[in-house]
Design a protein around this ligand. Sequence first.
Ligand code: IFM
Length: 730
Amino acid sequence: MWKVITKDFNKEDIINHGNKFLIGNGYMGYRGTLEEFGKNELVALNLPGVYDQYENKWREPVNAPNPLFTRVIYDGTELNPIVINPVFHQQTLDISCGLHKRESTFDINNKQITITSERFAHLTKYSLLVMKYSVKTNAHLNLVIETGIDGDVWDINGPHLNPYQIVNENNIVTFSTNTRECHIPIVVSETILCDFNAKISNIIDSHKLIRQINLNIEKDKTYTFYKFASVKHSLDEAEANMQAMNEINSASVLGYEKLFIENYLEWQKRWLVSDVELKGDEEAQFSLRYSIYHLLILNQKHSDKVSIPARGISGQTYKGAIFWDTEMFMLPFYLNTDLQTAKNLVKYRINTLDGARRKAMEYGFRGAFYAWESQETGDDACSHFNVTDVFTNRPLRTYFRDKQVHISADIVYGIWQTYLRINDLSLLINGGAEVIFECARFYYSYGYLKHDKNRFEILDVTGPDEYHERVNNNAFTNRMALETFNIAIKVSKLLKAENKESFDNLIKKLNYTEDLKRIEEVVKILYVPQPNNSGIIEQFDGYFKLEEVTVDEVKSRLIHPNEYWGGANGIAANTQIIKQADVVTLLYFFNDEYSSEIKKTNWDYYLKRTEHGSSLSASMYALVACENGNPEWAYPYFMKSATVDLTGKSKQYAGGIYIGGTHPAASGGAYMTAIYGFAGLKIIENQIKCFPHLPKNWESMSFKVILNNDLYKLDITKNNITIAKEDNSW
Ligand code: IFM
């Protein structure tokens, strides 16, 4: 099964379906909305990496004018399921090739009119969107098809685009504009090819150019047109115009079918490396493939200037910003299947090091304090007031930006994992080592030497559990800071041994001799909270003293369903209820440091206290359950992670702020659970090993992993594991 299908139309599902049926290619995302929809239905052609700030609102990525806008009018009635109930309606996403399809039949006085459409975002021609649109009726009648570019875009904190320059020449419609803040050119062009003759006239206003096609339709005959659209940005405007024009000219010469085949074959190539085949559990199989689909449409093969936002390419929520989600939850997928993307994600952090240095300085620290919500420069888009109070509608002071300091360590961890996988010193020489050293310097300057305890502590932080802000010695954060020091020391030794000149230059450039000495000292005494007599690791100093209460009890205290649980006055703040896996995240990432007993005890203890208010939570519980040899306990959390964008069951509001969209970290977490949890993959001394824990109804798992530029196929059954090198054709 490779298709997501819905057969009903409900207005309430429009937003969720926009996410569920999303198509894209990393360069752009196009929400799964119907062609006749507009901004009220959250249509978005989202451009990750192109950010804009309007007045003093939040900076967010730009949505471009919609070049696929099309509607059909019969006898004065718009054939739109919001206007008139369809007698048949089906929306499909074929995840094997990123193809969105719709079919709707409307009945007006026994005249049945059927609309079908297909669209895809080309995987290698990044700026190309292609659509095939057909109408057919059961009677001879006159129809009007309106198709063109709708520039009335949906924005959360906009408007972001300056007035359009609209040109319509040789059947090519072009909208050129630029962003308000940084004047980044955005050009959207489209053309249509019709397989019929008709009278076409144009309707134009300041934000729309629509061709009006008057069709005299014969009964049972299909009338089709093809649309080729190009979306360019960040180039000089004249260049963008020319490139867009050339792209759609070549696309229309090639034609829909050939483009489709080209794109289809590319998708097959990607699936060949990325697919995970499961036997014995169709639901899990489809959900996992759907998660992988999302990771595939988020690949960043084309650029090292952008990374993957927490809500992917589904819109503007979370300011289109890049969080720790990318390094800790998504990077593992790309390290196994798409090294180009993995390297670009790391390079993005290297390219934004100066932003992290600015942030450290802003707070009075040294080194690199990476943005909690990073955009193109690495400056922090996270506001000091990131949530609004549902009762007063006033902004609430939150400490994600100032205190979620584990972000720098997560990035160091990601760079180091990438280095270990690609085994290429140039990653460290060309910026990786500099980031690592600067992050280590940051933790040194952030922490405190407690003389009486003779230990180095990290105080006043917010860990992954965001409901408890400004805590001391968060176990996860402290262990990650320790890891940063360890990695900095390893990198310094490695560089010194392998490329002394680079090492000397970097130490000199950063004036790092003293820092290195200090780090080598402090690493010995950095305090990481250890299991107590009952085997439990206290999440942070004083956590055990908080009110012991159930998640349901805390929930019952809510006065408003969207009330924010964390922060100073949140209902969870003085209780042991946590938002998401925190100690359990520590146990997963450092699983070889804790006994199985400790993992079990803490899993059990914290599970009862976890709300799973973040989509990042479930996969961590699933992974640690697998580590504990309990795949059946892991399974529901794996499914929760893998299905979050299929069911749409996730928090849509944090206080008064809309946070809907897709959840790529959950997709990545589902992949991690399958591969590192159920299949138990470990790369030990550059060799692939597996310690599987398959759920009871899974007969087998097969997947591929890239290691040392070779592709390996792993076949796992309950009794057997085979690991074989593939031929070189991939
Ligand atoms: O990074 C996460 C965080 O851990 C929980 N809140 C949402 C963020 C973006 O996914």
